[in-house]
Design a protein around this ligand. Structure first.
Ligand code: COA
Length: 384
């Protein structure tokens, strides 16, 4: 490349730092209008889906491109239930993990290991990949609950075929069937986290899929990318922040000091939205409703106060992670499971994207914005 062409390429790459607003591949799964705050899955607005659909309907929608009728939904539920049990070998592997293993790392390792026990791992046909997506969807939930039981010295619970996906997860996690309100709140949270276009983890999954690596390898890449605090790891950090703030009265001083020190506040800002993240609208309401039902709105009140000040001072909006933190906390879920739960939900989006990538594949291979030197004269070892 000539020097002029190189500098043009560099200027373009700088303009696209972080690949912002660069369409990397065609997709028909998810659409976001960041200026208007619109999120839609397969053409349906997230507000309608979160209000009217179950998570199982959303899984069907993401995979097959349309909302299911009753018999299609029943069939999907039957297949999910039939595929929820994790292989005993993988549960045994988890028992050998250190008790203090980070759950997200435990989940990433266990999901990767599922490939060893799937008789269709080496069948790369599209139909086999669809069946593997079903198994991944069911088993990931079971693995998260199993790991929490194992590290707390309890025997993992087998999934039940009479419960919804959301209720089954909460049952396996706590040993108790959730009440209707907790089940619905969790179900909505799963719907809200299910897909988000070419976010970092989905893009990582698609990059791996585009090499024609199998679906287990692809979603393991996604899971690794989700773990970071700038992506799925933010929800846990938000709750740690709220616990550190401690009181509603202390929130203002705490957050003003943080902003004055130019520190990042987890749960705010977004690479695409310039308005309210539409998912935050539902999670804010759920955080408040659960707090009111439990007779303690301190986590919601504290969050609201922080949100007002961050908006006032920095013009930043709350994102999906901000109110999911207090929602999960009030549902009694351990802090370090928030990100794995994000992974349980996002498995639906990752698998939909991997299948879409397989069906119209092109290796994803961008160029680097090279900033180094060129044309240096080689220096032999004894002259360096
Ligand atoms: N707290 C404080 N300041 C923030 C901020 C936050 N959460 N998010 C962005 N900003 C500020 C940056 O410091 C930067 O200010 P500067 O221009 O004075 O340096 C400016 O806003 C742009 O930030 P940048 O990180 O470049 O924005 P982005 O659009 O590339 O980043 C995120 C998007 C999500 C990575 C970023 O907002 C962030 O780190 N948020 C916190 C982590 C989080 O909640 N992640 C979950 C996302 S769903």
């Amino acid at each position: 490349m000539s020097q002029a062409a190189t500098s043009t390429a560099n200027a373009n790459a700088n303009a696209n730092a972080g690949l912002r607003d660069v369409p990397a591949a065609p997709s028909s799964i998810c659409w976001i209008d960041g200026d208007e705050g619109i999120l839609s899955y397969r053409g349906y607005n997230i507000h309608d889906l979160a209000t009217h659909c179950s998570f199982e309907e959303v899984i069907y929608l993401l995979w097959y491109g349309k909302l299911p009728n009753q018999s299609q939904l029943d069939e999907l539920k039957g297949k999910l239930n039939a595929n929820m049990s994790a292989p005993p070998e993988v549960l045994g592997l988890m028992m050998a993990f250190p008790q203090n293993a980070v759950p997200m790392a435990a989940l990433r390792t266990a999901v990767s290991a599922l490939a060893f026990y799937d008789p269709e791992t080496n069948d790369k046909s599209f139909e086999a990949s669809q069946r593997k997506a079903m198994r991944l969807m069911g088993q990931t939930a079971t693995l998260v609950a199993a790991f929490d039981n194992i590290r707390n010295g309890r025997t993992p619970l087998a999934p039940r075929s009479d419960l919804s996906f959301a209720a089954n997860f909460l049952y396996m996690l706590t040993g108790k069937e959730p009440d209707d309100i907790s089940e619905r709140a969790f179900d909505i949270a799963l719907t809200l986290h299910a897909d988000h276009e070419f976010n970092a983890s989905t893009f990582a999954a698609r990059v791996t899929a585009a090499t024609l690596a199998d679906i287990y390898a692809s979603v393991t890449s996604g899971m690794a990318a989700l773990s970071g605090p700038l992506h799925g790891g933010a929800n846990e950090q938000v709750m740690r922040m709220l616990l550190d703030v401690g009181t509603v009265e202390g929130a203002e001083n705490w957050i003003r000091t943080k902003l004055a020190n130019k520190e990042k506040v987890m749960g705010f800002g977004h690479a695409v939205y310039r308005t309210e993240d539409p998912r935050a609208t539902h999670l804010r309401r759920m955080s408040e409703e659960i707090g009111k039902r439990q007779g303690n709105t301190q986590w919601f009140d504290m969050s609201k106060r922080i949100e007002t000040i961050v908006k006032e001072e920095k013009g930043l909006n709350a994102n999906v992670d901000f109110y999911s933190a207090s929602t999960y906390y009030q549902l009694g879920i351990a802090l370090d499971l928030y990100t794995p739960i994000f992974g349980v939900s996002r498995m639906s989006g990752w698998t939909a994207h991997v299948l879409e990538q397989y069906s119209n594949n092109k290796l994803l291979r961008p160029r680097s914005d090279y900033q180094g030197e060129l044309g240096l004269t080689f220096v032999p070892m004894d002259k360096r």
